[in-house]
Design a protein around this ligand. Sequence first.
Ligand code: PEP
Ligand code: MN
Length: 288
Amino acid sequence: METDSCSIDFKIDHNDPELVSKASRPEGTIVNVNGIKIGGKAIVIMAGPCAVESEEQLSETARQVKAGGASLLRGGAFKPRTSPYSFQGLGKEGLEMLSRAREATGLSVVSEVMDTRQVETVSNHADILQIGSRNMQNFPLLKEAGNTSMPILLKRGMMATIEEYLNAAEYVLSQGNPNVILCERGIRTFEPSTRYTLDLNAIPILKQRTHLPVLVDPSHGTGLRSLVPTMAKASIAAGADGLLMEVHYRPEEALCDGSQSLHPEEFNTLMYELEKVAQAVGRHIYHS
Ligand code: PEP
Ligand code: MN
């Protein structure tokens, strides 16, 4: 019999923890954020600037993403920057701007927590706590998040395997908080043409192995505005339950991640295209 290397069976060997496993909740988890159901048939769009920079920047961007059809506003007040000399976020002042933008637009808010000491303050201004890629294995932070009843948007570590990622989610669930939303945001590979390599495989893999909702962040996943619409559509086609995208009213002036932020008009156009892709896979975009 002929043999070649391609005929060798590839075996998937994993040891996923229990609470996150699909078998423990085959019907799937729906995380309810002010009536917005994340993980159901409708696809949920979260959009806004990387960082809250000013009252005008946030209110104007919020107004535009709301007009484009987003149901949640994203914006970091505490920013995990690679350089200590880069803009670190407006902190408490930024959170207050998020609250005012929520009030003005009716959009729910997602914002990052980097430290256990920020959990209470951010919870007072945001509807979802984001735990970023760099903190995916910050175990004290995961436990603190698990001790709240807040929805937690847990991003995949840029160097984390799926099994490590599921264990991070298990930390939150094991503390008694079932409201975890996963988010693939790109992993580090050898390829320098993009900021990260968006792991589209992770979407169907996570959908097979866990009951938790799966979002995709094509902004950080590519680092390039011109690639965001294509990868956003690919993510929906691959089964994502929603998207987290950076949009800035003036990306050229952004203090953080301007080159991967969509202009509001690009976001509008993309939303029309996403609806068609959603319908092709038997779903639709959620509108508040
Ligand atoms: C972000 O969403 O602004 C962010 C910092 O993302 P990540 O943690 O995925 O790098
Ligand atoms: Mn960013």
